[in-house]
Each structure stands twice: as structure tokens, then as C-alpha cells.
Design a protein around this ligand. Sequence first.
Ligand SMILES: Cc1cc2nc3c(=O)[nH]c(=O)nc-3n(C[C@H](O)[C@H](O)[C@H](O)COP(=O)(O)OP(=O)(O)OC[C@H]3O[C@@H](n4cnc5c(N)ncnc54)[C@H](O)[C@@H]3O)c2cc1C
Length: 418
Amino acid sequence: MRTPEKTADVIVLGAGMVGVCSALALQKKGLQVTLVDGNDAGSETSFGNAGIITPSSLIPFNNPKLFKSLPSFLANKSNGFRYSLPYALSEIATLVHFMTFAKKRSTEQRIHHLYQLIERSGELHKVQSDAANCSDQLRPSGWLKLYRSEQSWQGAKYEQDIYDQYNIQTRELGTAQIAEFEPNLQNIYYRGSHIEQALSVASPGGLVKAYVSHYHSLGGVFLKQFVDQVSQQGEQWQLKLRNGETLTSPKLVLAAGPWSKQLSTDLGIKLPMLFERGGHREYHSDQQALISSPIHDVDGSFVATPIENGIRLSCGVELNHQMADHSNTQLDIVERNARKGFSFAEQATSQWQGARPTMPDSMPVIGPSRLKGLWFNTGHQHIGFSTGPGSAEILAKSVLGEALTQDQQAFSPARFKL
Ligand SMILES: Cc1cc2nc3c(=O)[nH]c(=O)nc-3n(C[C@H](O)[C@H](O)[C@H](O)COP(=O)(O)OP(=O)(O)OC[C@H]3O[C@@H](n4cnc5c(N)ncnc54)[C@H](O)[C@@H]3O)c2cc1C
């Protein structure tokens, strides 16, 4: 077994979906990789998400429809979006920047780039899960979007037009077809749209762990150690670990999800990252599966994902500090909303909260920083569980100095002068 301190060509900091896929892609290129995380792989944001991998995630939150929703968002009364005023004020410049991207042309360009990334990631998830012997975790479930009124169904036309443009197959369901498709749902839905190509997993953290086992079986080193400090010493990157040891390597990939912001600040790089906090509750049940595929109740502002013995209910966005105290507000709201849609266990068995790491243009930053030997793969906002493998492919090419396509270059950290 090689000693990671001496022989790593590259260190990857962070073993969420993005970091683990980055380590695998770099390893595939023949590099000796050391992956380091303070927790088990896939224990943070990549654990807590809704587990959906779908091409329909190509539309960024800051799109032209945002202007219409703004009054209800600002009033802090929306089911799907809340914010902390002190946090919003502390990030006002980044928020204004975020809003400037919501114009039509910029949105079309970003949709194009995100589509390429998501599509490629879907293909690579299949290849990677086959290689890791865990392809059974990727369920070809599709994803059912549900609308409670004609008005909200009409409001989805913007998304539907984009799905059509990108050939994302959907099947429209009327009330009777919804009942046939998901018999356990109450009769409160006006229309549904089933996104046929969507995949889902019952345990997002489980998939990351299967990928890291594969990386390990191919000789990759994973160190479960918290990194207390990162510094540049001449041509080397030096990581001080919690156990007192030091890791050095000429190349470092920062893939620490929402923690990438503080780690960058420590290195003198101001990452314009916003935190879209969110969470889930799980409800276990002895009954057979309540729903056969994940559902997104658009008016109820929740996603319900079938898990092994029940459901995971995920909520929308709370714009707030990464480390703000946990708030039950949105989880309580979506639980109430979901109970109108179907019945499930009275008590939640577990609850989790975390933060989506979001850049002003809602696109991840993948590529070299202005500091020699430092690369980013972070800022994957609402879709990092899906985009891990595609972003890792771009990152590995960039570390090796290989040519990138125009779409791949669109994710360069240089766009924010990082
Ligand atoms: C409620 C919710 C639902 C979501 N649903 C979906 C979905 O259905 N589909 C989808 O594609 N995406 C979804 N997302 C988004 C997705 O979860 C994230 O984009 C993705 O998990 C980010 O992965 P990551 O690897 O960048 O970060 P993380 O998974 O957070 O990994 C970062 C890692 O860095 C480690 N780390 C940080 N600092 C240090 C340090 N100093 N030393 C050592 N280790 C450190 C952490 O321990 C962590 O393991 C959702 C997010 C939320 C919050």
C-alpha cells in the first residue's frame, strides 16, 4: 500500500458525490490520488439530497420566471423559498449578481451548458455504477411532477417548452391517469407530468459509498481526516490534518461542497457562493411502498422519494448562512402539504439539514484557480448528485491539461476571476 503523504500526484479534498467522482476520474487518467474527508464518504450534502438524477434539472433557479415570483419570495411567504434578511443583506452584491443572470438570453445559454453536463453525467453514472457493481441502486423510476390546479399547470409551460426543445420525454397525466399510476395519492391533483428518463436512488449516501469502495478497490487512498488548514508552500499544497499529520502534493482539488467557500477564503480567494439551505425528513412504514416513483408536488413545494422502508420528504430553499441554526419551518410546511397528498407515518424517523452550494450563475465552477496547482470542482447547487461524474470528467481533463470543449470551458473558475 502506498503512503499517501509521500506519493499522491493529486489530493482531492471532499468526498461527497463531486469529490469521489473527481478522485475516480483522476485515477482513471493514471494519477495517484489521495481523497480526504473528515467524515465517511457521502455523509453530508451528498447524503441528504432527494436522490434524483434527471435531465429535467437543466433549468437554473435564476431564470426569467424568477422575476414573477419575486414579490412572494420577498414577502417570505412562499412554501418553497424562505430567506434570512441579515444573511441576504450580508450577501447583497452576490444576490444582485445572481438576479442579473435571470434574463432570457443568459438563461438559454446556461441551460445549454447544464444540459450537456447533466446528459453526460447520466451516461457516466451508468458506466461508473456498472464498474462499481452497484447499478441496481440507479432505479429507472422516472419522476412525477404534480400540479394541484390548472393555474399551476399552465405556469409549467415554460419548463415543458424547454423539455420539448431538449427532447426530454415527458408523459402528461390527467386525474384518472394519476390515480392509476400512483393509487395511494389523494385525488387533489389536476395534472401530472412524468419525466421518463429520470433515475432515482433510495440511498444517495449509499451510492457515493459504493463509488468510493470502487475507487479503493482500484488502489485509491481515502483518508478519513478533517483538514484543519490548507496552505501553499512553494510548489506544494500542504494540508494539516486533525490527527496532527500533514499531507503534501503539487496538485489540490477543492471539492468540499458548501465548505469550499471558507476553505477558499482562507487561501485568499473570495468564492461568490450562496447557501441555499434545505433538508429532509424520513418516515418509515411497514406497509408496501407508498409511491412507486419520486414525486415533485409543485404547489406543495416538496419532493417525496421512495426509500427502502418508507419515504424521504425534501423541502425547498432557505437562503441563509451555511451554519445557521436548523429551522423546522419549511420541513413542517412540506410535511403538512404532503399529508394532503398521501398518508404516511405520523412521526419522522430522522431529519437532516444542509446547504446547496450555489454560484451566482447557478453553474458549478470546474477547473484551475489562479493559484498554481489548485483546481475547483464545487458550486453544484441543486444538482450535484446528478452532475458529479460529468464535472469530474471535465476536471480530470483540465488537471491533465487536455483541451476542453466550449461547453466544458463555460464552467471555468476564470469567469469569476477565481
Ligand atoms: C434538500 C436537498 C435536495 C437535493 N436534491 C438533489 C437531487 O435530487 N439531485 C441532485 O442532483 N442534487 C440534489 N441536491 C444537491 C446535491 O445534494 C449537492 O449539489 C451535492 O450533494 C454537492 O456535492 P458535493 O460533493 O459538492 O458536496 P458534499 O456532498 O457536501 O461534500 C463535501 C464534503 O467535503 C467534506 N469537507 C468539508 N470540509 C472539510 C474539511 N475541512 N476537511 C475534510 N473534509 C471536509 C465534507 O465532510 C463533505 O463530505 C439536493 C440538495 C439538497 C440540500
